[in-house]
Design a protein around this ligand. Structure first.
Ligand code: NAD
Length: 296
C-alpha cells in the first residue's frame, strides 16, 4: 500500500519510519534534505515536492509546523491536491486551528478527497514506539478506513467528532500542558530558591494532589543535564496562540499569562529549546537551576 508523508521532522520522521518498517511503500517530502536522507536510508522513497509524493498514494499524511506550511503543502503550487486522486485520504497529524482544517477539508472534498484532522500527543517517544494518542476529526465510517495506518502509529485513537474536533481537543490539551509547565516552573524555582530540596519536593508533590503527568515528565527533560529538545518552545507558543485565538471572546487570564512567559522565552532566543525550558526564565531571575542528579 502506498503512503505519502509530508514533513518528516521529529514527529513525522519517526512515524514515517514505523510505516516503512510495517511494509508500506512510503514516499517522503521535506525541505530538509537531511530529514529526507535519514528516511531514505531506512527504505523510504525521496520526493521533490508534496505533489510528487502524493501521486498514486492511498493515504497522504502530514506533520507540519504551522497552519501556513500545511496550507502550502496541501493547496500550494506543488501541493498534494495537484496530484491526489479521487478517493485518497489526507490525514493531518500537525497541530493547527480548526478553521484552517475545515477550510482545507472543504476544498479537498470538491476534488473527492477526504481530509482528516488527527493531531497527536505522546511526543517523540510515542511517535518512536507507535504509542501516540490520536485525536481524530472525521466521520465514524472514514475512521474505520484509517485503522490499518493508525494501528502502526497509535496506542490510542480517540474519535473527537466531525472535521476540526480533533484540533479543538488538541489545542485545549496543549494550553493546559503549557499552563501546567509554567505553574510547576514558577513554584519549583521559588521553592528551591527558598531552600527546598527538589528531590523531596517531587516525592511529596507526586504523592499529593499537586502531582501531574507534567511533573512526572520533567525528570526526562528539564531536570536532566542535557535538556533534550523534544517539542520546541516555538511550537508550544504556536499552539497557545492558536488556542487563545480560538477562545478569543472568552476569559482566559491564565492562558494569556502563560503566553507572555513563552513570549519572554522566545525573546531571549530560547525558541528552539524544549517547551519545558520556558522555565529557564524563572531560573535566570532567581539564580537557581532545577536539576535532579537521578534524572536522565
Ligand atoms: P519539527 O520542526 O521537528 O518537524 C517539522 C518538519 O516539517 C521539519 O522537518 C520541516 O523541515 C518540515 N517542513 C517545514 N515546512 C514544510 C513544508 N512546507 N512542507 C513540508 N515539510 C515542511 O516539528 P515536530 O516536533 O515534528 O512537530 C510537527 C507537528 O507536530 C507540529 O504541528 C507540532 O505542534 C506537532 N506535535 C509535536 C510534538 C512533539 O513532541 N515534537 C508532539 C505533538 C504534536
Amino acid at each position: 500500500m502506498k503512503v505519502a508523508f509530508i514533513g518528516v521532522g521529529r514527529m513525522g520522521g519517526r512515524m514515517a519510519a514505523r510505516l516503512v518498517a510495517a511494509g508500506y511503500e512510503v514516499r517522503v517530502y521535506d525541505p530538509s534534505q537531511a530529514a529526507v536522507d535519514a528516511l531514505a536510508s531506512k527504505g523510504a522513497i525521496a520526493s521533490k515536492s508534496p505533489a510528487e509524493a502524493a501521486q498514486g498514494a492511498e493515504y497522504i499524511l502530514l506533520s507540519l509546523p504551522s497552519p501556513k506550511t500545511l496550507r502550502d503543502a496541501v493547496l500550494g503550487e506543488s501541493g498534494v491536491l495537484k496530484t491526489a486522486t479521487d478517493g485518497s485520504i489526507v490525514v493531518d497529524f500537525s497541530t493547527v486551528d480548526p478553521a484552517t482544517t475545515k477550510e482545507i477539508a472543504a476544498i479537498a472534498a470538491k476534488q473527492g478527497i477526504q481530509f482528516v484532522d488527527s493531531p497527536v500527543s505522546g511526543g517523540v517517544a510515542g511517535a518512536e514506539n507507535g504509542k501516540l494518542v490520536l485525536m481524530v476529526g472525521c466521520s465514524a465510517d472514514l475512521l474505520k478506513k484509517l485503522q490499518p495506518v493508525f494501528e502502526v502509529l497509535a496506542g490510542r485513537v480517540v474519535h473527537c467528532g466531525p472535521t476540526g474536533a480533533g484540533q479543538l481537543t488538541k489545542l485545549s490539551h496543549n494550553l493546559l500542558t503549557a499552563i501546567n509547565t509554567v505553574a510547576l516552573g514558577e513554584v519549583l524555582t521559588a521553592s528551591v530558591k527558598a531552600g527546598a530540596n527538589l528531590e523531596v519536593l517531587c516525592e511529596v508533590l507526586t504523592a499529593g494532589l499537586a502531582g501531574s503527568k507534567m511533573l512526572d515528565y520533567l525528570p526526562k527533560t528539564l531536570f536532566t543535564a542535557e535538556r533534550p529538545a523534544n517539542f520546541a518552545i516555538d511550537l508550544m507558543h504556536k499552539d497557545i496562540k492558536l488556542c487563545l485565538d480560538e477562545f478569543s471572546n472568552l476569559p482566559m487570564p491564565l492562558g494569556q499569562l502563560v503566553l507572555q512567559t513563552y513570549n519572554a522565552a522566545r525573546a531571549k532566543g530560547l525558541g528552539s529549546k524544549d517547551s519545558t525550558s520556558v522555565n529557564e526564565i524563572y531560573e535566570e531571575l532567581l539564580g537557581v537551576r532545577l536539576s535532579l542528579p537521578s534524572a536522565q
